[in-house]
Design a protein around this ligand. Structure first.
Ligand code: APR
Length: 310
């Protein structure tokens, strides 16, 4: 029997998620949106079914506004919520998106209590915490997609700056999904060559700043709405690693219980994602400077989480 992937929110990111999940043949796909947008969700699903002969995939793709249709889902990816508009911070979305996450958490808890849940909705670190708190799901079953995206952006910018293949750039970004995130140049390599040996400090600082502001750079260009291709791919590789037990080590927002000196918060850290979900957090020995930067981002996340009052 095929796996089942439920996409809560069928907007910009949701529709790309559906396309990628279909192309990768991850399983059958349900796109769930609010009742007013049930028909567009059905339309997107039908459009993707009609793409299948050229896309060469077998999957049943449906649209709905009824949570009963996500019953038994193996993976739930949540993008329900408002995106940023130009001039907004992710935190400006808190009130409206928290209300939405409360509804979604109830629907998922009732209908897909065993699913691996990947949260994309912003402000990410607070929304993943709220979802975990509201569902009471075990920590290995709840993952925030942010570090995966932040790291993709970091790798892309390094490759663009140095004129090298992005496939050869490895690295990681820690912390919250905001301007205080912590790219780690010290641990970034290009085909095994340390970044710090082939780029100047000035170049590296510029790349780190661009990574921290990458989401905002796109919001400014769009004017309306936020990034959707790269967030979708980032969530899909987490889902794929789980469904196929690929055991990838991906930077994700995971519940830290002592790791990195953090307790009870979801923070972007390197995680092993396999058949049991978020199986393990890898701890890196950080320098004092990196520790100070991490502490700062953790403080920001803590403040946002407190605003949820959960
Ligand atoms: N249940 C299900 N779907 C909902 C609900 C709800 N309670 N509330 C809103 N939605 C749907 C909207 O109707 C819309 O179709 O979520 C979808 C969101 O899509 P977009 O507005 O296009 O936003 P998108 O760009 O996909 O971003 C979604 O991810 O990266 C974050 O900041 C971004 O919070 C935003 C989220």
């Amino acid at each position: 029997m095929r796996k089942k992937i439920a996409l809560i929110g069928g907007g910009q990111i949701g529709q790309i998620l559906a396309m990628l999940a279909a192309q990768k043949e991850l399983g059958d796909i349900v796109i769930l949106d609010i009742p007013e947008l049930e028909n567009p969700a059905k339309g997107k699903a039908l459009d993707l079914m009609e793409m299948a002969p050229h896309g060469n995939y077998d999957a049943t793709i449906t649209g709905t506004s009824d949570y009963k249709d996500i019953a038994g889902a193996d993976v739930v990816i949540i993008t329900a919520g408002k995106p940023r508009q130009a001039g907004m911070t992710r935190e400006d979305l808190m009130a409206v998106n928290l209300g939405i996450i409360k509804q979604v958490a109830e629907g998922v808890k009732q209908n897909a209590p065993k699913a691996l849940c990947i949260i994309v909705t912003n402000p990410l670190d607070a929304m993943v915490y709220a979802f975990w708190k509201l569902t009471g799901f075990p920590k290995h079953q709840v993952i925030g997609m942010a570090g995966t995206l932040d790291t993709a952006r970091w790798r892309a910018f390094v490759a663009m700056e140095l004129g090298v293949s992005v496939s050869d750039v490895a690295g990681t970004v820690l912390g919250g999904h905001g301007p205080d995130m912590v790219p780690l140049p010290r641990l970034t390599t290009v085909g095994g060559v340390p970044l710090t040996e082939i780029a100047t400090k000035e170049q590296i600082d510029k790349l780190a700043t661009r990574t921290r502001e990458a989401g905002t750079e796109i919001v400014k260009l769009f004017g309306k709405g936020s990034a959707f291709f790269s967030p979708a791919w980032s969530a899909i590789i987490i889902a794929e690693s789980y469904l196929k037990d690929k055991r990838r080590v991906l930077p994700c927002a995971a519940l830290c219980e002592g790791e990195y000196g953090v307790n009870g918060l979801f923070i972007g850290v390197p995680c092993l994602v396999g058949a049991k979900g978020m199986e393990k957090i890898f701890e890196i020995k950080l320098t004092d400077e990196e520790k100070a930067m991490l502490q700062k981002t953790v403080g920001v996340v803590q403040k946002t989480v407190e605003e949820t009052k959960l």
